[in-house]
Design a protein around this ligand. Structure first.
Ligand code: ADP
Ligand code: MG
Length: 290
């Protein structure tokens, strides 16, 4: 009799254990079902993201190709216009001269817009070397077409930094063009080079203008691609500047208020950590991030 009771107890214990593991299995199944649902959502989200990126990069490639293909015929129009003007200069009446100038301005604007698109989509690796900031700035200032009443003050000092000078030219052309456009025919643009008080490894370049200024609500937005307040702007200039400066391991920021001009500050390492690793003897084959 006692043996039977023992067996019954044992059986009851085993049943309880079985029920216990059954409910644990159910719990685990529920947990797995939740995880499966979450995973499905995540896979769907990632797929959408990938499709969007792919679509955007296709559009980007297309934009780059169109911009590239349009550059040649545009420069043919530009140079033919110059040649014809020289040939016909003496026979032009005032009205035709004005029409010709309008044509030249339109071609100039188009070529700048194409440059903006090309600069934005062409995220090529940096070709870095030691280079003078002043030389870059002087070259840029010489290249820029501007109204006579606009004064550009270049810095009196210089710093040599390890950078891609061609890319930095793109940055300064954009910052100076924006500054000039904000001046509406007269005013001053000042460029200064400073040591970064917060980090001696960095150089600061400040581009200040006395132009219309920028409302604080849009300070963040102006660095986003395609944001523009201009009728013929591309909204790609500052975005390209940000990309290029970040490629160099630096930052770009703005301080401005409406009617009080604007100052753009670029912080750029004189030499980044990766540069010193790559230029150490024996490390020349090291791959640098770009
Ligand atoms: N120096 C400046 N003064 C006033 N506004 C500026 C200045 N620089 C940039 N901005 C503002 O930032 C916007 C974005 O500039 P950008 O990316 O160069 O594109 P875009 O010049 O084609 O409009 C401009 O449309 C303008 O509103
Ligand atoms: Mg611009």
């Amino acid at each position: 009799m006692a043996e039977l009771e023992e067996t019954q107890d044992e059986l009851a214990k085993q049943r309880d254990q079985l029920q216990d593991s059954l409910s644990k299995t159910e719990e685990a199944q529920q947990e797995i079902a939740i995880q499966r649902d979450q995973l499905q959502v995540e896979v769907m989200r990632k797929t959408q993201e990938m499709l969007k990126t792919e679509r955007l990069s296709t559009i980007g490639n297309l934009a780059a190709r169109i911009a590239h293909d349009l550059r040649n015929p545009l420069s043919v129009i530009q140079s033919t216009s110059q040649i014809l003007k020289i040939k016909l200069e003496t026979n032009l009446d005032d009205k035709t001269r004005e029409q010709w100038a309008r044509l030249d301005r339109a071609v100039y604007r188009m070529s700048h817009q194409l440059e903006d698109v090309m600069d934005y989509v062409r995220m090529s690796p940096l070709k870095k070397r030691d280079y003078s900031l002043c030389v870059i700035l002087q070259d840029v200032v010489e290249r820029i077409v501007r109204p006579e009443n606009i004064v550009i003050k270049l810095p009196q000092n210089d710093r040599i930094i390890f950078c891609d000078p061609e890319k930095l030219e793109i940055v300064f052309v954009n910052l100076l063009m924006n500054a000039i456009q904000s001046l509406e025919n007269n005013g001053v643009v000042s460029i200064g080079i400073f040591d970064d008080p917060q980090d001696q490894n960095n150089v600061l370049v400040k581009v200040s203008d006395t132009g219309v200024g920028i409302a604080s609500e849009i300070h963040e937005k102006i660095f986003e691609p395609l944001f523009t307040t201009k009728q013929v702007g591309t909204g790609l200039g500052l975005s390209s500047c940000k990309n290029i400066i970040e490629q160099h391991g630096g930052t770009v920021s703005v301080s401005s208020s409406v009617g009080k001009g604007a100052t753009f500050t670029i912080t750029i390492p004189k030499k980044s950590e990766w540069d010193s690793i790559a230029t150490k003897p024996g490390n020349l084959t090291q791959i640098k991030p770009s």
